[in-house]
Design a protein around this ligand. Sequence first.
Ligand code: PMV
Length: 326
Amino acid sequence: MKKITASAPGKVILFGEHAVVYGAGAIALAINIRSFAAVHTIPEDHLLIRAQNINLSQKIPLKWESLEQQMNQSKALGPILKCCLQIFEKKMPTTGLMLDLWSDLPIGAGLGSSAATSVAILGALNAFFDLNLSHEIISSLAFQAERLVHGTPSGIDNTVSTHGGAIFFKKGLMKPLKLRSEIPILILNTNIERTTGFWVEQVRKSYREHSQVFANLFQSVDKISQKGRYLLERGNLRELGALMNTNQGILEAMGVSTPELSDIITGVRRLDIYGVKITGAGGGGCIIILCDPRKISDTERQLKQIYDIQQTTLSRKGVKIEKTIS
Ligand code: PMV
């Protein structure tokens, strides 16, 4: 039995969330927490999808209309099937298939779990059908799946998950960054649920009402990301932290930092750290903290008494094949 297992990393956004949707630059780092997809043949003429993290198990006849219908009807299956159908357009399976999905990333927490899942699925199917798709194509197909999750993604999540490493991203442009040192980041999960689509829509409404003000905010974020890129490549962590704090101030101005998030961030800022901000869409989810590498374990210990917190490291690898059984 042929079986391929692929994985793709989640991410943190160091600078530029929301503004990136409007064309500003942003910086994202792939992290060593991953989503996985395994694909193998089964005797029945079905596509069997099992997604452990969301307790989903669904059998769909391997017919174009049935797959498309499910894609349009089911919110949970939509992006998964979008990935499958884009691959089946290139190569329709001649036997039944089982697609097993699982993830170490928390769902809906701003760490890019949906994009990582799409990229892992595409990576697994690409290898399974020997399609030889480039990273650029995999990322663009994952972007189409992301569009089903929230209508107007910037493309940063699928790009960093596919390519891995640290990237500077602007719509239509991706530059891998060369880092001088490890980036000692703590991820604090507030465990406050939120959806990216909702918060992207909130910002869109505010932008419509106060377009000039918001255009200026986006422009400031663009400048922060450009400066951030310079500092990151020189390993100036202290200044990077100061810029993260400035970016957080702008996210507050955009209205995506709720009072709960702002309270946590104010508390964290009292510690001996370089910078702290929301990562991702805001409204809940995760907060990232940049520390002096010599002090990170101490900070982690202090915060662990109250919060769900973990250290993360950069994942230089984007989408990759974990295991092949032929
Ligand atoms: O899905 P999240 O929470 O990682 O947010 C992605 C970043 C946004 O800028 C808010 C949206 C986007 O598509 O860039």
